[in-house]
Design a protein around this ligand. Structure first.
Ligand code: ADP
Ligand code: MG
Length: 742
């Protein structure tokens, strides 16, 4: 069940970073614009406007102006952005909405700074650490009848592959990549993604640290620690609270904190080889994101190409779906990045029009909190049962047990066990010292006591294990209202509320001013009345000039967009050329070095999986028949090691011919026939001189060789012994001197 909320647009805010040292040095010779401080970006924080100056444009050319929900100039603090833009979103997540914040912009403009910031300096902590603090503080302040379960996952999309940053084997070769799946219940999700249950800010920060160490970063000319992948930190907050019907309901809020890799131009970042391939992939998924934004913003287009990249599929709910979304577009003020800055502003401007339909996720089927609660209840029942048994035993021992509550009960049971152990020890001692008992009797009694002690110990261990498990499970659930009486907490809370109120007020003010501006332009002409023709001409000429300037602006815009298209097309062509070259290289190897039949065999087994966007090998044995094939054996082989024909079976039963003794060629039963000895003297001469010892041979050999023991399993006919090898080997075995062969 879910409550439907009216749709709302994606909130877009712009943040401009200060000039860095390199850019400042470059801008030192350039004339400074008022307020721009050597940069090309000017911001009107009160109106939420960004004005962009083209550094190569002639002096009279109008500047480009864009209006957003909020703008943050280079002097803005991390806290300003958080309080005004992010805080309301996190509050919604705690209420059971899905929320997404993503940072978008060119490399080195401050996306990672905005999302993460400098962890060790409280002033510079970014959105993610502040969100951690916010989530756990709000939970501790919430009503005591609420239970929370917080989970965190961390993934990156590197070269269009999803990697679990919390997986210890993330850098294994080949790397383990995860698959995207879609379900009507939870939308698009990543299968088998690690989720860590976190009980405190410290724990969730630890999770983030572990993931950050596994992230793919590499230096480019524009940013020493450039992010080479898109990363997504996912926090799931499940909350169980009593509903109006008196039953417990579960709300699940998912918060996606996304730090995108930069949209970069290959020439500017100075990347080659592997880095260039990375850049191609990064640009591809970012252009897919751009296409999705364009398709959503232009409401006439029906198809939204979410499936073009992993990134857009993961953000499917956040863009045009069930989520509240904030996009932070980051800019650099340096003149040399004018084109990129303009592109970022255009994307951001388009994203303002995306409509989302956020709703509270109530009682989803896959809520982990419900499972936790069930498991805790089961463990508690087991523990109570054990305690009950302890009580029962105690009653037998003529002592009462009326311990109330868990802790008390545990202590009572523990005390009782210690007592029992002591009693058994005493009894054992008494048996040992009792002289009237026989030794065997003593041993038996001592053994019995020992066994009883063992049982007692085993039971104690089992209870301890169960209690530890129960406590571990219970400690994972956070209960609201823990710090409500804390005085400093109260003050902090008031301060936060004030800050939020101020932020809300300035936001409303800005909205109103933006509306007034739009309305002014529209109504100006309606209110105009002219006293003379001359006045009318003047007014209309002024208006004409204004409109003409607007027209020029639009024309310039069209030109810009055209240029942008040409540029991106050229870049795509460049990437395509490179890929084609690589493809030719691989073809060359395949055509010349792989045998044709091998190639065909492989080709026939390959199929394309559109879900995962990959070629896959079909298994040699079809998956569905593999199981049944493994289970069933041919009827003819039942009871035998391999299939045997009917004829062979009959022949085997008859024992007629050794050829059909396929299954059992050795006779292992005892041979009870008396030894048969034959004298070699009586052998017919047809056996041939080469295989039997010559009659001229004499001495010990002759006698021994004559005592060849004949087994029934060879043959009954003595003549069969003519096999030269058997004779020789037997002869040599029976004599110490190997003379038979000579
Ligand atoms: P991105 O993630 O967009 O590639 P980074 O966040 O890594 O860029 O930022 C690049 C550099 O700029 C970092 O050294 C960072 O400290 C600095 N920086 C970015 N934004 C700001 C800001 N608003 N104030 C101060 N320094 C900033
Ligand atoms: Mg970054």
């Amino acid at each position: 069940m879910s409550k439907v909320k009216s749709s709302e647009t994606v909130k877009v805010v712009i943040r401009c970073r200060p000039l860095n040292r390199k850019e400042e040095a470059a801008a030192a010779g350039v004339t400074r614009t008022p307020g721009g401080e050597g940069g090309i970006v000017e911001m009107d924080v009160r109106l939420g406007q960004v004005v962009l100056r083209n550094p190569r444009a002639p002096p009279g050319e109008p500047r480009k102006t864009f209006t957003f929900d909020s703008v943050y100039d280079p002097s803005s603090k991390q806290r300003d952005l958080y309080d005004e833009t992010v805080r309301p979103l996190i509050d919604s997540v705690l209420d059971g909405f899905n929320g997404t914040i993503f940072a978008y912009g060119q490399t080195g403009t401050g996306k990672t700074y905005t999302m993460q910031g400098a962890w060790l300096e409280p002033e510079k902590r970014g959105v993610i650490p502040n969100a951690f603090e916010h989530v756990f503080t709000q939970i501790s302040r919430s009503a005591a009848d609420r239970q929370y379960l917080v989970r965190a996952s961390y993934l990156e999309i590197y070269r269009e592959e999803i990697r679990d940053l919390l997986d210890p084997n993330v850098h294994a070769h080949p790397p383990r990549t995860l698959e995207l799946r879609e379900s009507p219940e939870s939308g698009v999700y990543v299968r088998d993604l690690t989720a860590c249950v976190c009980k405190s800010i410290k724990e969730i920060e630890e999770v983030m640290n572990v993931g950050n160490q596994a992230r793919s970063v590499g230096a480019t000319d524009m940013n020493k620690h450039s992010s080479r992948s898109h990363t997504l930190f996912l926090i799931t907050v499940e909350c169980s609270l009593p509903g109006p019907d008196g039953r417990q309901h579960i709300r699940v809020g998912r918060l996606n904190l996304v730090d995108l890799a930069g949209s970069e131009r290959q020439a500017k970042t100075g990347v080659h080889g592997e880095r260039l391939k990375e850049a191609a992939k990064i640009n591809l998924s970012l252009s897919a994101l751009g296409n999705v934004i364009s398709a959503l913003a232009d409401r006439r287009s029906g198809h939204v190409p979410y499936r073009d990249s992993k990134l857009t599929r993961l953000l499917q709910d956040s863009l045009g779906g069930n989520a509240k979304t904030v996009m932070v577009a980051t800019l650099g003020p340096a003149p040399q990045h004018y084109e990129e800055t303009l592109t970022t502003l255009r994307y951001a401007n388009r994203a303002k029009n995306i409509q989302n339909q956020p709703r509270v996720n109530e009682d989803p089927k896959d809520a982990l909190l419900r499972e936790f609660q069930r498991e805790i209840a089961r463990l508690r029942a087991q523990l109570n049962h054990r305690k009950g048994r302890g009580k029962h035993r105690k009653a037998e021992g003529e002592e009462g047990w009326d311990g109330e509550g868990d802790e008390e009960g545990e202590e009572e049971v523990e005390k009782e066990r210690t007592l029992q152990e002591e009693r058994l020890e005493e009894e054992k001692e008494a048996i040992r010292e009792d002289g009237s008992l026989l030794v065997e009797e003593k041993q038996r009694l001592l053994g019995e006591k020992e066994r009883m002690m063992g049982d007692l110990r085993k039971e104690r261990d089992a209870t301890e294990q169960l209690t530890a498990k129960y406590k571990a499970m219970e400690s994972k659930l956070l209960v609201g209202g823990k710090n409500i009486m804390d005085h400093t907490n109260e003050q902090q809370k008031t301060l936060e509320i004030r800050r939020q109120e101020i932020a809300e007020q300035s936001r409303r003010e800005r909205e109103m001013q933006q509306q007034v501006m739009v309305q002014d332009e529209e109504t100006l002409e309606l209110r105009e009345t002219f006293s003379s023709l001359q006045q009318e001409v003047e007014a209309k000429t002024k208006k004409l000039k204004k409109l003409y300037a607007k027209l020029q602006c639009v024309k310039a815009e069209i030109q810009d967009i055209n240029d942008e298209h040409v540029r991106s097309r050229q870049e795509l062509e460049q990437t395509q050329n490179q890929l084609t070259r690589e493809l030719r290289f691989k073809y060359l190897i395949i055509e010349n070095f792989i045998p044709l039949e091998e190639k065909n065999k492989i080709m026939n087994r390959l199929t394309f999986d559109p879900e995962e966007d990959q070629w896959k090998f079909t298994p040699l044995v079809p998956a569905e028949s593999r199981f049944s094939q493994m289970k069933k054996r041919p009827a003819s082989a039942v009871g035998y090691k391999r299939p045997i024909s009917q004829y062979a079976r009959v022949a085997l039963a008859m024992g007629a011919h050794s050829r059909y003794r396929a299954e059992n060629i050795m006779f292992l039963e005892l041979d009870m026939t008396p030894p048969t000895t034959v004298s070699l003297d009586h052998w017919p001469s047809e056996a041939g001189p080469h295989c039997s010892p010559s009659p001229t041979d004499n001495g010990p050999y002759r006698q021994r060789a004559a005592r060849v023991r004949m087994s029934r399993s060879w043959c009954q006919i003595p003549r069969a012994i003519t096999s030269s090898t058997s004779t020789v080997s037997l002869a040599t075995h029976s004599t110490a001197t190997p003379t038979a062969a000579q």
